[in-house]
Design a protein around this ligand. Structure first.
Ligand SMILES: Nc1nc2c(ncn2[C@@H]2O[C@H](COP(=O)(O)OP(=O)(O)OP(=O)(O)O)[C@@H](O)[C@H]2O)c(=O)[nH]1
Ligand SMILES: [Mg+2]
Length: 380
């Protein structure tokens, strides 16, 4: 398998307060994208990213977990991190290796302490951000209240890109305001294709579509001119302008759904592809001098079988198996026997990983999280 080009990668940290459904949402994306055959559940300890026994017993994420899906010909690397404040180290270690953060909010609780905290961190790293209001099937969940809270407490540049159809136990679907279509509740099955928007919602949809378009054209003069002339803007044109705005941190699209029912997943995956920049557009700030090959170690997993696994981002490359890199911190040579892709607790060997991609390598000697390994010694 050849290395994925940087323009076709999305690196996204899934962040938010404790228990808002981050792991469930990652599970839904894996399922909808065909990486798994059924939707795993937290209660059954069957999700891909909470694979550790302690996580399953406590029904919470304790450390960051890396998975990937393919969607619309793009590779989306998702880093599912714990929301609990006691286990934040992995979250902060992950932020330098992603371009985007998917900030998950509870539709009941809205913006919570850790949502604000992680938002501020994402701001420091200048990450592009997408917000997802989850748990809209729960009693007292209210998308519009959560949206207002996000606009007040996170940023007034948050703008709805999806709307719920119905509410609480009468929630039946979501509307995608970018493509102007609806997705109906698949109740935990595969989400079906786009449907017409219910007639009863036309006024509300028109109102929020206008808010979205106003916000997008505001960031793009040429599009603004066409919009003001009354032209019907194509979804592709709006998406392109939206991505530019998201890349420059001028807009934060807000989607919604129900992770445990797999509702809203298609529109969310589309948004991650169409609205979030790739490593080609938005690199990292990690320095690696003039190295021709360089990786940044962002996480170390102790695997009972494979030993120590070091997760890395390729800074310069491609990086292939059977390569030796050097760690300027210890001056030690470190051998990359095989380059791996990570899917929760599972790994598969690949020939090469290209610039911007996330992967792993087993059995490095003296490497710790935070190290940069390079092909020749450069100060990093
Ligand atoms: N009703 C409902 N329950 C949900 C939804 N999403 C998640 N849950 C439940 O909420 C609980 C927490 O879900 P997780 O996916 O573990 O949340 P998390 O954000 O990963 O939690 P931490 O990693 O511990 O911060 C579990 O019991 C899920 O089944 C949803 O959309 N609707
Ligand atoms: Mg979790």
């Amino acid at each position: 398998m050849p290395a994925t080009e940087p323009g076709k990668i999305r690196n996204i940290a899934v962040v938010g307060h404790r228990g808002v459904g981050k792991t469930s949402l990652v599970e839904a994306m894996l399922f909808q994208a065909g990486k798994t055959n059924r939707l795993g559940q937290i209660e059954q300890g069957s999700t891909v990213s909470d694979w550790d026994e302690d996580e399953q017993r406590r029904q919470m994420s304790l450390s960051g977990s890396l998975v990937h899906v393919e969607w619309q010909g793009r590779k989306i690397n998702l880093f599912d991190v714990p929301g609990d404040a006691g286990f934040q180290a992995d979250t902060f270690a992950a932020l330098p290796v992603v371009e985007g953060a998917l900030v998950v909010l509870s539709g009941v609780m809205g913006v919570e302490v850790n949502s604000t905290r992680v938002w501020a961190r994402a701001e420091e790293y200048e990450l592009s951000r997408v917000v997802f209001v989850n748990m809209l099937d729960r009693e007292r969940a209210d998308f519009y209240r959560a949206l207002e809270a996000a606009r007040e407490q996170l940023s007034d540049r948050c703008v709805a890109i999806q709307l719920p159809i119905g509410a609480e136990h009468e929630l039946t679907g979501v509307v995608d305001l970018l493509h102007m279509c609806a997705y109906m509740d698949p109740s935990g099955g595969k989400e079906g294709g786009p449907q017409p928007i219910p007639e009863s919602m036309s006024d509300l949809v028109a109102e929020y579509r206008e808010k979205l378009l106003d916000a997008v054209v505001e960031t793009d003069e040429a599009l603004m001119a066409r919009y003001l002339e009354g032209e019907e803007l194509a979804a592709d044109d709006v998406a392109a302008a939206l991505k530019n705005a998201v890349t420059r941190d001028e807009l934060y699209p807000v989607g919604c759904g129900v992770a445990t029912k797999n509702l809203g997943t298609t529109a969310l995956l589309d948004l991650l592809v169409e609205g979030v920049p790739s490593p080609e557009r938005k690199g990292t700030t990690i320095e690696f001098g003039d190295a021709k090959q360089a990786v940044f170690i962002f996480k170390t997993i102790a695997d009972p079988f494979a030993g120590r696994i070091s997760c890395f981002r390729v800074l310069a490359g491609p990086v292939t198996g059977d390569t030796t890199l050097v760690d300027p911190r210890t001056h030690a040579k470190e051998r990359f026997g095989q380059v791996l892709l990570v899917q929760g607790k599972d790994t598969v060997t690949v020939d090469a990983l290209g610039v911007g991609d996330l992967g792993a390598v087993a059995k490095l000697k003296d490497v710790v999280t935070g190290d940069v390994l390079v092909d020749h010694e450069v100060p990093v």
